[in-house]
Design a protein around this ligand. Structure first.
Ligand code: HEC
Length: 326
């Protein structure tokens, strides 16, 4: 730990577990190098003075033999120094390459000058929020140009390339806001393309995650239903405007009656809509193929309730609960 003196003021305060692994070897090698420099220059000065021919010295320089022991010590010393530089940086270097098992996975996409950070729950943001003390594993790619992502406080620096995924990981050791800097390796430079890592105490991070992960927060049931219609792939097969795609339009479904392939008539009430979503093939609407994805295990009761509320808003019989409007 030669390097932990005042020199540490050169670099930003340690923000991640990587910081000591980067700074300590840097300063150790720095101090050793400067020591050797002083020694070499000092010896050169001393030797110049000692061996300068003085007034009255004999014309001939004294024959100086090779001191094999000193020479040997010099070679061994040089090898030892190289070994020290290698050894002091190795564990940090290896440690930075391999993310710990079970790290929090965030995928990073650099796109047209902005960052997309995608969390395990599908939430996408342009700033990277993390919890203090939790290892975060970044899997990164670029949709346009090659560039560099660097987070100096966390001692993270990694190239991002189109058509390739690169990785980085870090674990913050204190709360704070750490700038992310970019350098683009191309003619187009994205000056504006900066973002931040926001490191939050674990409870605050959990609260934030719950807030963004909870689609019901701040939305009415019908709004959640519309969101699910867009997010869950319903819109690929069902229109909202009355036109029939792979499946019947969801306009004027709630409260209306339909003929099934077995010749029965079903009323699209709450129970039937729930059944249609969870086990679509239980009763198949006439003239359609039984191709709908079953959503059992994907959508919960509350979500199906939300979709039902949404279907009410786009049905002429939504407010009558299945009765014909009188
Ligand atoms: C792969 C295409 C496909 C997807 C995706 C799909 N559906 Fe369907 N859906 C169908 C087809 C085809 C039918 C008609 C045959 C049947 O009843 O199974 C249908 C029937 C329905 C019905 C009954 C309609 C009626 O007229 O009685 C409802 C309600 C419904 N889907 C809701 C949804 C919701 C909500 C989602 C998304 C969570 C969804 N569907 C996703 C293809 C799809």
């Amino acid at each position: 730990m030669i390097g932990s003196a005042n020199l540490s003021a050169w670099f930003p305060e340690w923000g991640s577990t990587h910081a000591p692994d980067v700074d300590v070897p840097f300063f150790d090698i720095y101090v050793v190098t400067v020591t050797i420099l002083i020694l070499t220059v000092g010896l050169a000065v001393v030797f110049t003075r000692t061996f300068t021919r003085k007034e009255g010295d004999p014309e001939q320089m004294p024959a100086v033999g090779t001191n094999k022991i000193l020479l040997g010590l010099g070679v061994v010393g040089a090898i030892a120094l190289a070994g020290f530089a290698f050894q002091t940086g190795l564990s940090g270097f290896v440690g930075q390459r391999v993310a710990p098992y079970g790290a929090f996975e965030v995928s990073v996409t650099a796109r047209e000058g902005v960052w997309d950070f995608t969390y395990p729950d599908g939430h996408v943001a342009d700033t990277l929020r993390v919890a203090v003390g939790q290892p975060v594993h970044l899997t990164m790619t670029s949709q346009d140009i090659s560039q560099n992502m660097s987070i100096p406080d966390l001692r993270v620096n990694q190239t991002i390339m189109p058509g390739h995924t690169t990785e980085a990981w870090f674990e913050t050791i204190r709360p704070g806001t750490f700038p992310i800097r970019t350098g683009a390796f191309s003619a187009a430079t994205y000056d504006s393309m900066t973002s931040v890592v926001v490191s939050l105490p674990a409870e605050e991070f959990a609260a934030w995650q719950a807030a963004v992960g909870d689609i019901f927060a701040g939305r009415t049931m019908a709004e959640v239903g519309e969101l699910l219609y867009n997010q869950q792939g319903c819109k690929a097969c069902h229109s909202l405007d009355g036109s029939n795609l792979v499946g019947p339009s969801l306009k004027n479904v709630y409260g209306f009656e339909f003929l099934t392939t077995t010749g029965e008539t079903v009323l699209a009430d709450d129970a039937y809509i729930k059944e249609s979503i969870l086990t679509p093939n239980a009763s198949v609407i006439a003239e359609y193929q039984p191709v709908m994805t079953p959503y059992a295990g994907i959508l919960g009761d509350q979500e199906i309730q939300a979709i039902t509320e949404f279907l009410k808003t786009i049905s002429d019989r939504g407010h009558t609960g299945g009765q014909e409007d009188k």
